[in-house]
Design a protein around this ligand. Structure first.
Ligand code: NAD
Length: 295
């Protein structure tokens, strides 16, 4: 049985590590925040108070950190993972980071005798808690196959998008489209309301018509059209505007690298940036609906 060292026990990582414990893996956990480590110890993980301690007997490393610079410094910083782990470890980074950083990390790890896949996720905090995340992986097929057993304990749909870095590209393409769909759906719904339509009736019509999309099916942005979604709970919970802005910035930098033409993505980014700057950063991203409302 593999020994897993898990780093980053925040909103996503804590639940993901718990699901690995539930699947009977031996999981040693580390986070800069001691109380998060304690939380996982109570759930059956082995706590550690330093990176060397966390990787002492690890052959698999899983990280779920805020951004690329955190992953890079965790792996390669002084007395970091690389300085302390045995050869031929499998590194699985589930954070959302720049694809070129993922490629760079993969090359550095390979040159030191380790294996790496980027495995960003879709499904958010609820998916992490339920263990039904979608993993979008970049890496070689052998490493992907070897990682399946761990990813299956945390997720439901697991895709190989291509080589290292491809997981990140696929993820931000998806999230750029999601931002466009959420803004577009909000725009259409509010135009209906402005012209006297009931948003529930409007949503039912579009759901059976050619405007049908994921936001209308599962995540309606207009309050009280759908139960149990953030829009019907003052836009609390869900996927934060701040995180959508992070992903849109990654999407725009990826687009710039290969001169991809992304006018709708750019427009969506401007809208979500203005919305975040107006104090909505900690609301769910479906709150973009408010940007269309007349005061
Ligand atoms: P978070 O800020 O809640 O958690 C990050 C954790 O990493 C924190 O507990 C922090 O203390 C820890 N950390 C930072 N540097 C560390 C280090 N060097 N060593 C150990 N621990 C360290 O973030 P989150 O919401 O869990 O998101 C994590 C990643 O998942 C991000 O890349 C994010 O973009 C992505 N993501 C988040 C969501 C979401 O809905 N929250 C959805 C999909 C993807």
């Amino acid at each position: 049985m593999a020994n897993i060292a898990f780093f980053g026990l925040g909103n996503m990582g804590a639940s993901m590590a718990k699901n690995l414990v539930k699947a009977n893996f031996v999981v040693t956990v580390y986070d800069l925040v001691g109380s998060q480590v304690q939380l996982l110890a109570e759930a059956g993980a082995t706590p550690s108070s330093s990176i060397p301690e966390a990787v002492a007997s690890a052959d698999v490393v899983i990280s779920m950190l805020p951004a690329g610079k955190h992953v890079d410094s965790l792996y390669f910083g002084a007395n970091g993972v690389l300085d302390n782990i045995a050869d031929n470890a499998l590194f699985i980074d589930c954070s959302t980071i720049e694809s070129k950083t993922a490629i760079n990390i993969g090359e550095k790890l390979r040159s030191c005798g380790h294996r790496f896949i980027d495995a960003p996720v879709s499904g958010g905090v609820a998916g992490a808690a339920a263990g039904n995340l979608t993993f979008i992986v970049g890496g070689n097929k052998t490493d992907f196959d070897d990682a399946q057993v761990y990813l299956q304990a945390m997720g439901k749909n697991i895709f190989l998008a291509g080589n290292i870095g491809a997981g990140q590209v696929a993820k931000i393409c998806n999230n750029m489209l999601l931002a466009v769909l959420m803004a577009g759906t909000s725009e259409a719904l509010q135009m209906g309301i402005d012209n006297g339509l009931d948003p529930k009736v409007m949503s039912d019509i579009m759901l059976q018509s050619s405007g049908r999309n994921w936001t209308l099916e599962l995540y309606n942005p207009c309050p009280d059209v759908m139960p149990n979604v953030p829009s019907s709970n003052q836009y609390q919970g869900g996927f934060l505007v701040d995180l959508m802005n992070k992903d849109l910035a990654l999407a725009m930098s990826t687009a710039a690298e290969n001169q991809s033409v992304v006018p709708l993505g750019k427009l969506a980014q401007s809208m979500f940036q203005m919305h975040g700057n107006a104090g909505n950063g900690k609301l769910d991203f479906s709150s973009i609906f408010k940007a269309y409302k007349h005061n």
